[in-house]
Write a protein that binds this ligand. Structure first.
Ligand code: CP
Length: 303
């Protein structure tokens, strides 16, 4: 029995297999419509979500399975003080696989150590969000056709952005990927991420100036400044609009730039960009469902 807590648990061959399965689901959805007949997915969301929870649920329904769960901690026995470990043991009696989001880093790992069914990390605090990375990878794969030789700009909250941390961990395994970290000084990429890149001789630069690096980018991954990770509201208000992508700022961008965003968007991408063919973030939402379908099949060992 296998869980997915961190994207690094997947080998490059396994990522390739997930991408190939997702491509096949897109081409032949009817082939997969009964793959999970009789199986149940439990979505245990202790933190708000629209895309991750609903795409997991849509994924399981499209595989012929069923879904149970809760969408806030207050409606579960966590509100009465039940531990994550006991919740995982309990839900193992009702479901075949768990998708868990939790504000505490490491909570899905604790769940996986206590559950008797696979647990998928659907986002833990500011730490990791491996299934968002699967959505990001399928988007890049379908837009670019390869992962090698890309210059990837990551912009916004690089300190608390769990999607950023997981995406870097996934992309750094490919050849000649260069990272450009664009953030205010207060929200810089953590040192442990930079240290791991330095050790592996992977090129990266840091800047506060998005427009200066725009012409160099193949991928621009925008992120939201996350109010829920700040202890100080004034600091959040000061930083929240550090970067707002507008059509004017794209005038120097490559014609085949791909603009990604894990969403939700607050203010960091102008809606005027939504109709630009380089905007990929709503495709990314859809691709997330296909990759979650592929992942459920892999973890449930469905042929
Ligand atoms: N990208 C993402 O995790 O979105 P939700 O918070 O809506 O699930």
């Amino acid at each position: 029995m296998r869980s997915l807590i961190d994207i690094l648990e997947l080998s490059t061959a396994e990522l390739d297999k997930l991408l190939a399965t997702a491509d096949d689901i897109i081409e032949n959805p009817q082939k997969y419509a009964h793959k999970c007949d009789g199986k149940k997915l439990a979505t245990l969301f202790f933190e708000p979500s629209t895309r991750t929870r609903l795409s997991f649920e849509a994924a399981m329904y499209e595989l012929g399975g069923n879904v149970l769960g809760f969408s806030e901690a207050q409606s579960s026995s966590a509100a009465k003080g039940e531990s994550v470990a006991d919740t995982a043991k309990t839900v193992s009696c009702y479901a075949d696989i768990i998708a868990m989001r939790h504000p505490k880093e490491g909570a899905p790992l604790v769940a996986s150590m206590n559950a008797s069914i696979p647990v998928i990390n659907a986002g833990d605090g500011g730490h990791n969000h491996p299934t968002q990375t699967l959505a990001d990878l399928l988007t890049i794969h379908r837009e670019k056709g390869h992962f090698d030789n890309l210059t990837v700009g990551l912009c916004g909250d690089l300190k608390f952005g769990r999607t950023v941390h997981s995406l870097i961990a996934a992309l750094r395994r490919y050849d000649n990927v260069k990272f450009v970290f664009i953030s205010p000084n207060e929200l810089k990429i953590p040192d442990y991420v930079k240290d791991s890149l330095k050790k592996a001789n992977i090129e990266y630069t840091e800047t506060t100036d998005l427009e200066a690096v725009m012409p160099t980018l193949d991928i621009l991954y925008m992120t939201r400044v996350q109010r829920e990770r700040f202890f100080n509201e004034e600091e959040y208000l000061r930083l929240k609009d550090s970067y707002i992508l507008t059509p004017e700022k794209l005038t120097t961008a490559k014609s085949d730039l791909s603009i990604l965003h894990p969403l939700p968007r607050v203010n960091e991408i102008s809606v005027a960009i939504d109709s630009d063919p380089r905007a990929c973030y709503f495709k990314q939402v859809l691709y997330g469902k296909y990759m979650r379908m592929a992942l459920i099949l892999m973890l449930l060992e469905v042929e």
